[in-house]
Design a protein around this ligand. Structure first.
Ligand code: G6P
Ligand code: MG
Length: 214
């Protein structure tokens, strides 16, 4: 039986993936190229600096900047993103997320966050769901980015549950791959065509059948 649910944050519990996209898109436009929603799929679940590298590659500008310039660009993007998320509230919680968290709590299932974001704490606080989590692992607590499984295994280790007893909810290929590497069940949240690494895909958490997995 599964004992632990591990949630990615952006695009799974809260509708913040769109703000990451807007902030990256603004940077691309400043640099003079277009950054589409399809390009954006490659950035989901990926750390800030790696995201920048992928974006610059899209614009054929991969080797055009010094490390210092890149840090400046990433900071600019983050400042813009933080502006977007500074005023968000519970209306940004995605469909089905709140009731799933509540049902898991009622069943005594451990709940972990496994997010690459360094902004996770402020988002959880702003939308009011921080108290559901038994452990929060985010971009500040890990050194290796998804698809490395550290962001999920650290949560499981902290809670003392084995990896085979964990179910991961993810909207990114990098995150699904990380879950599989760890030996965890990988539930994709989104479109099947984008999430080929998932064990099973739900278009929304609303459709997730809790009795089947917990
Ligand atoms: C999540 C998002 C990515 C984002 C990453 C780092 O995984 O899906 O789009 O780049 O977190 O977020 P941060 O807030 O630290 O820049
Ligand atoms: Mg995500």
């Amino acid at each position: 039986p599964n004992k632990c649910a591990i949630f990615d944050l952006d695009g799974v519990l809260v509708d913040t993936a769109k703000y990451h996209y807007l902030a990256w898109k603004e940077l691309a436009e400043k640099l003079g190229f277009e950054f589409t929603l399809e390009h954006n799929e490659m950035l989901k679940g990926v750390s800030r600096m790696t995201s920048l590298d992928i974006l610059l590659d899209v614009g054929n500008m991969k080797d055009s900047f010094t490390e210092e310039e890149k840090v400046k660009m990433a900071t600019e993007k983050n400042n813009r993103y933080v502006e977007y998320i500074s005023n968000i509230d519970e209306s940004e919680i995605l469909d089905g997320a709140l009731s799933l968290l509540q049902e898991l709590k009622n069943k005594g299932i451990k709940i972990a966050l496994g997010s690459a974001s360094k902004n996770a704490q402020i988002i959880l606080k702003n939308v009011g769901i921080k108290s559901y989590f038994d452990v929060i692992v985010d971009g500040n607590s890990v050194s290796k980015a998804k698809p490395d499984p550290e962001v999920f295994t650290l949560g499981a280790d902290t809670l003392g549950v084995s990896y085979e007893e964990c179910v991961v909810f993810e909207d990114s290929q990098a995150g699904l791959e990380a879950a599989k590497i760890a030996g965890m069940l990988a539930i994709g949240v989104g479109q099947e065509k984008d999430l080929t690494k998932a064990d099973v895909v739900y278009s929304s958490l609303e459709d997730f059948d809790i009795e089947r997995y917990f």
